[in-house]
Design a protein around this ligand. Structure first.
Ligand code: 5GP
Length: 203
């Protein structure tokens, strides 16, 4: 039997509150060959989140055990995590096997992750498509974080501080889109997917 053509990795990255999660939900509803990789995190579950759907929730100890396992394992094919980062005091990471199995089955994989993790994936998969979603301004980002209402004041302040740094990394990504209006941003991402998909099939 013919092996399926391996899928592509699309990474939606950018500051917290910029609309990455909403964009990913909208994309998954209209792109049938796209699979979302559900990340692991040590952060506490928020109201409305479901374990195994929003994230795979782990204790810090469980997460640190995965990191230690990977650091002791020379064979990257046996690692638990494709990438991981500490963000605002919590661990976040992508399960390697889930991504690789989906790619091998010919599915495109969508990752919604912060910038350090996105750059780690690019080093391992140079063909991954890195899409940095920027806010129209930091003031607008702050407004969106407040409207979201999921974080404390202290958390909003530290997320904004991290965002200021993340904005300086934009040049390292393949695409930078300003999320002024969700629909326009979605259209731009779908064009990236359509163009990269046709390039792939010509190889
Ligand atoms: P939140 O706590 O708001 O759910 O996520 C905080 C940040 O972690 C967001 O920027 C989100 O995109 C990012 N994130 C979520 N999952 C992962 C992951 O698997 N790896 C990395 N590096 N970042 C992630």
């Amino acid at each position: 039997m013919n092996q399926p053509v391996p899928g592509h990795i699309y990474i939606i990255t950018g500051p917290s509150g910029v609309g990455k999660g909403t964009l990913c939900k909208m994309l998954l509803a209209v792109e049938p060959n796209l699979t979302l990789s559900v990340s692991a995190t040590s952060r506490a579950l928020r109201a409305g989140e479901t374990d195994g759907v929003s994230y795979h929730f782990k204790t810090r100890g469980e997460f640190e055990a995965m990191i230690a396992h990977d650091q002791a394992q020379a064979d990257a094919e046996r690692h638990h995590l494709l990438e991981w980062a500490e963000y605002n005091g919590n661990y976040y990471g992508t399960h390697r096997s889930v991504v690789q199995e989906a790619l091998q089955a010919g599915r495109n994989v969508l990752l919604e992750i912060e910038t350090q993790g996105a750059l780690q994936v690019k080093r391992k998969f140079p063909a991954a498509h890195l899409i940095f979603v920027a806010p129209p301004s930091l003031e607008e980002l702050e407004h969106r974080l407040r409207v979201r209402g999921t974080e404390s004041e202290a958390d909003i302040a530290s997320r904004l501080e991290i965002s200021r740094h993340e904005m300086t990394l934009q040049d390292q990504f393949d695409y930078v889109l300003v999320n002024q209006r969700l629909e326009a941003c979605m259209t731009a991402i779908r064009e990236i997917i359509a163009r990269s998909g046709s390039r792939h099939s010509l190889r």
